[in-house]
Design a protein around this ligand. Structure first.
Ligand code: FES
Length: 105
């Protein structure tokens, strides 16, 4: 069963906020852009900043350390699409938030 629970639906970030959730040995950044929930790696590729502690601006997750912006749908850095974080399928079922860490995009 590839999907695992990372949170309850009530724990999800509010509209246009991000939040971090532990999942196994990783931490996942869950973003809510106008109601669209996405999941990507939490560790910024610049110097390892915690993306889930950042804010969302213009639909992008902004790293709290030095401001790199990340597209939460594709995982790509806005200024350099070659810099790409893993993104993961995420779904809500029976008020549980489920993520599939094995199918990275
Ligand atoms: S660690 Fe994220 S912008 Fe520097």
């Amino acid at each position: 069963m590839p999907f695992v629970k990372i949170a309850s639906q009530s724990d999800l970030p509010a509209i246009n906020e991000a939040k971090e959730f532990p999942c196994g040995e990783k931490t996942i950044c869950v973003a809510n852009v106008n109601g669209t929930i996405t999941a990507m790696d939490n560790v910024c590729l610049h110097r390892g900043g915690p993306l889930g502690q950042g804010v969302i601006e213009k639909g992008k997750v902004v790293c709290p350390w030095h401001g790199w912006a990340w597209d939460p749908v594709t995982g790509q850095a806005v200024h350099n699409p070659a810099a790409k974080l893993n993104v993961y399928p995420i779904k809500i079922e029976n008020e549980e938030v489920l993520i599939d860490l094995e199918s990275r995009g």
